[in-house]
Design a protein around this ligand. Structure first.
Ligand code: ATP
Ligand code: MG
Length: 494
């Protein structure tokens, strides 16, 4: 079954125009006249029913950006093409950062729109396959604590996580959106005594306020209108295992009180039940908000905060882990290739440099999306700088880049000239994710790694440029666990 395209636009003429193009290409069309209705439509749709969304950015009431944010919170991953007016490219860039698949500038030609829609559908199918591969039974590729990232910043996180895994302590995983908080939570569970036991996820940001209690603690049949069956609730589903409270900062105040009680007493009180029930869960919470700040603002209960946050594990943003980008990009190219009939088998060196120079506000998830998108659209068998024009033009916005032309697919927009300069300028962050100075040892390690990359693994050149003797370099490499016997080494060699 092929699905429909959802068109969200407040302008009836625009809706009609887009609908005409979409139906002419043989797709079904659904329309919504504002963001709220569009979201409802997405939430009510069955998997695959809506294949892509064409979203207007400038709408009263709820803007396209707000729709994208709400989709993110609700975990809706349907690919979105945003429509923007000439002169509002900044908003289009924000939309891409929020994970939009593509953007078109109004008035958009039918061919450009058709191309964007078909590519979005292909991308959606690809991302969907990659996801089911990851989460489907048996096929799950677990990322263990040993594989979550080789950068020094991530190694610190892994070390902390290893200690936490051995205990039953409540953990709070903190990090920006898309850094891999859920991946880490699963890895911690897999490394601990509850490995084979249930792992139950609650997305605290996505449950309607009036259902929080029933979803967390369950209800008896007939407890309220619509409660036609007894429902166990997430706590009891997780009994003996791990309960993952995702986006815990979003929990409404009333639910916070009840959650606190359940944790303190070690028992839950299902809606409409006569007795409380003992429950044994290990809690892992995650937040992309500054929970301490929310607490200070009175939005998060202090007592609950200290219950959940017995051990805080920060996950650094991708821009503080640039040494992982090459490996991650390779993983995502492989995922794309194995999930779809795609000829792409790798990335060029310059493309990798470009990716390393970008700041990745959407972190690993954004990197994954960017790679999938490039893989869907690429012509050659290797992804080149030109396949990442969006990223290149964002880096290029240090100086305003040419606005994309409506008639040219955005993936063939020329790369601004200054980008090649920007990507050649290597810089190491001096501060870590907490804003503290990083250690000399770490900076040294990353400097050496960068020099090896820059000089293609030619170690005598590396030593000369860094002003150290070859034997000192070899000793340092040995300490870093890099085998330098061949005289040429490279991180990318595997
Ligand atoms: N170390 C890793 N190796 C490969 N893929 C990873 C890694 N870490 C994260 N990912 C991928 O990146 C994406 C985002 O990861 P995850 O969902 O864990 O992030 P998150 O921090 O929970 O994001 P959000 O804040 O949006 O909920 C997922 O598709 C995940 O598979
Ligand atoms: Mg998450």
């Amino acid at each position: 079954m092929t699905g429909s395209i959802l068109i969200i636009d407040d302008d009836p003429v625009q809706r009609r125009l887009v609908e005409a193009v979409v139906t002419r290409c043989g797709h079904g069309a659904l329309t919504a006249e504002n963001g709220r209705l569009g979201l409802e439509c997405l939430q009510a749709a069955r998997a695959g029913e809506i294949e892509a969304v064409v979203l207007d950015l400038a709408m009263p009431e709820m803007t396209g950006i707000e729709v994208l944010e709400a989709m993110g919170r609700a975990g809706i991953t349907t690919p979105v093409i945003v429509q923007t007016a000439q002169g509002t490219i900044d908003t289009a860039v924000s939309a891409m950062r929020l994970g939009a698949f593509d953007f078109v500038v109004k008035p958009v030609g039918p061919d450009r729109l058709k191309g964007a829609v078909e590519a979005a559908i292909k991308f959606g199918a690809l991302a969907g396959k990659a996801r089911t591969r990851k989460s489907g039974p048996g096929a799950e590729r677990r990322i263990g604590l040993d594989e979550i990232g080789a950068s020094p910043a991530m190694q610190r996180t892994a070390a902390l996580a290893r200690k936490a895994a051995a205990t039953d302590m409540p953990i709070l995983i903190e990090g920006e959106t898309g850094v891999g908080k859920e991946v880490l939570a699963r890895a911690i569970r897999a490394a601990g005594p509850r490995a084979g036991k249930p792992f139950v996820t609650v997305n605290c940001g996505a449950i309607p306020e009036n259902l929080v209690e029933s979803i967390l603690f369950g209800h008896e049949k007939g407890a309220f209108t619509g409660a036609t069956e007894k429902h166990l609730g997430k706590f009891l589903e997780a009994d003996g295992g791990t309960l993952f409270l995702d986006e815990v900062g979003e929990l409404p105040p009333e639910a916070q009180v009840k959650l606190l009680r359940a944790i303190q007493e070690g028992e839950v009180d299902p809606v409409g039940a006569r007795h409380t029930i003992k429950v044994d869960v290990r809690l892992i919470s995650a937040t992309n908000r500054d929970l301490a700040k929310r607490m200070a603002e009175g939005l998060f209960r202090e007592d609950l905060y200290y219950r959940l946050n017995v051990l805080a594990i920060p996950v650094p943003p991708l821009r503080a882990r640039t040494s992982e980008i090459a490996e991650l990009a390779g993983i995502f190219v492989d995922q794309a290739r194995s999930a779809a009939q795609i000829g792409v088998s790798g990335l060029s060196k310059d493309a990798l440099k470009l990716l390393a120079a970008y700041d990745w506000p959407g972190n690993i998830r954004q990197l994954q999306n960017v790679i999938f998108r490039a893989a869907v659209l690429a012509e050659g068998d290797r992804l080149e700088v030109s396949d990442f024009a969006q990223i290149a033009s964002e880096i290029g916005t240090i100086r305003p880049a040419e606005p994309p032309r409506a008639d040219v697919p955005s993936h063939v927009v020329e790369v601004p000239a200054q980008v090649s300069e920007t990507i050649d300028e290597m810089s190491l962050p001096l501060l870590d994710s907490r804003g503290e100075m990083r250690s000399l040892a770490e900076l040294e390690r990353e400097t050496i790694q960068a020099a090896i990359d820059h000089y293609d693994g030619r170690l005598s050149e590396v030593a000369r440029r860094l002003g150290i003797g070859r034997s000192t370099l070899y000793r340092k490499l040995k300490e870093m666990g890099i085998d330098a016997d061949e005289g040429r080494v490279g991180r990318l060699a595997s």
